[in-house]
Design a protein around this ligand. Structure first.
Ligand code: N01
Length: 544
């Protein structure tokens, strides 16, 4: 049953103002937003997606910084829902770069005629639940309003960029930007003195690329990371044919692993094999591309303990081998967190950058940044001058993008208030008191598309269930939500991801509550849990 959009006066709008009506509204036209739009349309809903950017692609639209690319294998990241799409699209590189990834998502938008239901340049500022009418009304920055019974938040887990509130930033006379708002026209860095703050996955990719053209580069590092060689390459015709012939097998493999990557842990313990065999495996995986060295290794390198420390030391020595100056090498060697407790950045020559004469590494734990000056930056030790300053300082992850808009649920409660101590949801999907609002962003982790596709499928089916059974509202019960939050905290405390200060637990944002922001469970466990919930008539959800 397709219901077409109608125009009607709205209770919350000015007299005479028209409000567009849809069955469902999707916020965001990135990877999960595009698929939500496609899937909901297939289910017969009238849908409109609202996107802040001037183009589709989300992460791959905004993050245009030099060096930005996948660290999942390209062909495991693409959508799996259309065999035709899989066969038509040729990934050029094993780990594809931002321009191609953005082209891919535009290709998808065109192929499935998604653009007719996407409103670009549309920043949503508020969404309010109308309890009498059982629908959400959204307000855009330009004053436009729209209504939908269902609201799908496809706003991204890493989309709200975080720029530290350094004093003096407005006084800087050069150019500055955050990596997630890299200008579409690019930044002219050739021959310039450039400062970069931040050495996470973004900083590592950016620094390696721009070091090739700047006249001088100063890198402000707070925490050294374990970074591993990406070993990217072009996909030749024969490999292309093989990939296309093997998509079912590739996706099956991904669906069996904890993070939906195509790499399976070795079931052996690192400590149960001989030191020679252990080292042989470390070296063999080190020589392989991508995340294998992380996710195909002995299972216990990803658990606190001896194996983890043994592998961490192997990594540290790899860094020492690549950096000429031993003092600089020691600054780059991570010593304050366990291997795997932060996300592993993949690199293509990152450590060699520090062998260049025109590159300086500054440890801002020893000499904290005091302020931005008109000509650059001042630490407690020294002043630095730049033409360009780049913030690779990460994101207010998972909850950040939602908290930046006003989301008002039943009884006038805001999601921001409710999430003040961390996200309170059931399975990351729904929050009590916010009926028919589904959060794709708090529930997908790992190889993003592999996790997002089944989640969007589940949410779409749940919406069909509501419609087909003549319910008006669906939302998590408080009991189910409380039990889920307890589970996240208890199970989360045992996993490596909660052991370091990173965006996984909100520790990168001053004042943010420290809790695991995503599910602690593996992707197969989450899919099984959702399937069971659905099979039991959406157990844990109130249907009215
Ligand atoms: O952000 P981050 P990111 N003073 O938070 C530093 C995904 N991703 O954008 O580590 C000084 O990891 C901060 O220091 P510290 C991926 O999931 C994927 O790099 O907090 N420094 C850190 O060095 C990744 O995990 C790809 O001590 C400050 C950096 O800024 C996620 O995005 C590529 C500071 C931020 O690192 C986020 O990565 C890129 C301050 N006040 C990203 N505040 C792929 O390959 C922060 N920092 C697919």
């Amino acid at each position: 049953m397709a219901i077409s959009p109608q125009q009607s006066p709205s209770a919350g709008s000015a007299p005479g103002e028209e409000v567009e009506k849809f069955d469902a509204i999707v916020i965001g036209a990135g990877v999960s937003g595009l698929y939500s739009l496609y899937r909901l349309r297939e289910c017969g809903f009238s849908v409109q997606a609202f996107e802040e950017g001037s183009g589709v692609g989300g992460t791959w639209f905004w993050n245009r910084y030099p060096g930005c690319r996948f660290d999942s294998e390209s062909y495991t990241y693409g959508y799996s829902f259309s065999e035709e799409l899989l066969q038509e699209w040729d990934w050029k590189e094993y780990y594809s770069g931002q321009p191609e990834n953005e082209r891919y998502l535009n290709y998808v938008a065109d192929k499935f005629d998604l653009r007719r239901d996407i409103r670009l340049n549309s920043r949503v500022v508020s969404v309010v639940f109308d309890e009498d009418e059982n629908h959400w009304e959204i307000l855009l920055e330009d004053g436009h309003r729209a209504r939908g019974q269902f609201l799908v938040m496809s706003v991204g887990i890493l989309s709200a960029g975080y720029t530290p509130n350094f004093e003096g930033i407005d006084s800087f006379k050069g150019k500055w930007c955050h990596t997630a708002r890299w200008p579409a026209e690019g930044m002219d860095l050739a021959g310039k003195r450039v400062g970069v703050i931040g050495t996470g996955a973004t900083g590592v990719q950016l620094i390696t690329e721009i070091a090739k053209e700047v006249s001088h580069l100063t890198i402000f590092q707070r925490t050294a990371n374990f970074c591993a060689p990406l070993r990217n390459g072009l996909i030749d015709d024969e490999a292309q044919r093989e990939i296309k012939a093997n998509y079912p097998e590739i996706f099956k493999k991904c669906m069996e692993t904890p993070g939906s990557f195509m790499h399976k842990f070795d079931p052996r313990s690192a400590m149960e094999v001989s030191p020679e065999e252990r080292l042989e495996q470390y070296e063999r995986l080190w020589a392989e591309p991508g995340f294998k060295k992380w996710l195909s290794n002995f299972y216990d390198v990803m658990m606190p303990g001896k194996a983890n420390e043994d592998y961490a030391e192997f990594f540290r020595n790899k860094i020492r081998e690549r950096v000429n100056d031993p003092v600089v090498a020691e600054m780059l060697v991570p010593k304050d967190h366990m291997f795997g407790s932060k996300r592993l950045p993949c690199e293509s020559g990152y450590y060699e950058v520090y062998n260049q004469d025109n590159v300086l590494l500054v440890d801002v734990r020893k000499a904290p940044i005091e302020r931005i000056t008109p000509n650059g930056l001042k630490t407690s030790d020294a002043e630095y001058e730049f033409d360009v300053l780049i913030f690779a300082t990460g994101f207010d992850a998972v909850t950040g993008a939602m908290n930046r808009l006003e989301i008002v649920g039943e009884g006038g409660q805001t999601l921001k208030d409710k999430f003040a101590g961390g996200p309170r949801t059931y399975m990351g999907i729904s929050s009590a008191g916010f009926p028919n609002l589904f959060t794709i962003s708090t529930a997908s982790v790992g190889n993003f598309v592999r996790a997002a596709e089944p989640l969007v499928d589940w949410v779409s089916e749940a919406m069909c269930y509501v419609r087909d059974n003549n319910f008006k509202r669906m939302s998590a019960t408080l009991e189910a939500e409380n039990a889920w939050v307890d589970h996240v905290n208890e199970a989360g405390a045992k996993i490596l991801r909660t052991q370091a200060d990173s965006w996984f637990v909100g520790a990168n944002i001053p004042g943010k509550a420290r809790v695991l922001l995503t599910a602690p469970d593996t992707a197969p466990a989450m899919r099984a849990k959702r399937a069971e919930v659905a099979a039991n008539g959406y157990e844990g959800f109130a249907l009215q």
